[in-house]
Design a binder for this molecule. Structure first.
Ligand code: SME
Length: 162
């Protein structure tokens, strides 16, 4: 499913509006997760994992109960984080090591959040539809990731290296 340019612009504007000068990472991540979940069609989960104590630990999200702790290199989230690159997985059942949190999820996209060379965590979206996520979605979510990285004071969040 394609995201139209206008929808993408709307989401980025809504996220900026929700941050509105607020620097708290948990507050901004919570509102960002809610806006992504409301704005993009056909999702089962949208949210964050943050690097805390050497693992990715679940942060603010919308959707069903999720796995709490993911090692770097494990699953789609840990692989994207370890490689520091966005992963679009059309069919999670074909991804070796995929961590199944919700049986209804069939496709996933994970965008690492970086502050310079420091890994902060990942933005993770799941969908019930195989092939749901496109390169346009990756571009949009990377832009959103850059906005949240710039908007927050990460020293307030207990994230490794800050
Ligand atoms: N499927 C992910 C785990 C996180 S949930 O999808 C919310 C993974 O393989 O890393």
């Amino acid at each position: 499913m394609q995201t139209r340019d206008s929808d993408a612009g709307d989401l980025l504007r809504l996220v900026e509006g929700a941050f509105a000068g607020e620097r708290d990472p948990w507050a901004n991540a919570a509102n960002a997760a809610a806006l992504v979940f409301e704005s993009l069609p056909n999702l089962t989960w949208a949210g964050f994992y943050f690097l805390r104590g050497g693992d990715l630990v679940v942060g603010p999200f919308q959707g069903r109960v999720a796995c709490v702790r993911i090692a770097l290199g494990a699953g789609v989230c840990g692989t994207a984080a370890a490689k520091r690159e966005t992963l679009i997985v059309p069919d999670v059942h074909a991804f070796q090591g995929h961590i199944a949190c919700d049986a209804a999820s069939n496709a996933e996209i994970v965008v690492p959040l970086m502050s310079g060379s420091k890994l902060i965590g990942v933005l993770d979206l799941d969908s019930p539809t195989v092939g749901r996520f496109t390169v346009d979605d990756a571009t949009l979510l990377e832009a959103l990731g850059e906005k949240i990285v710039a908007a927050c004071d990460w020293r307030l969040a207990g994230i490794d290296g800050f």
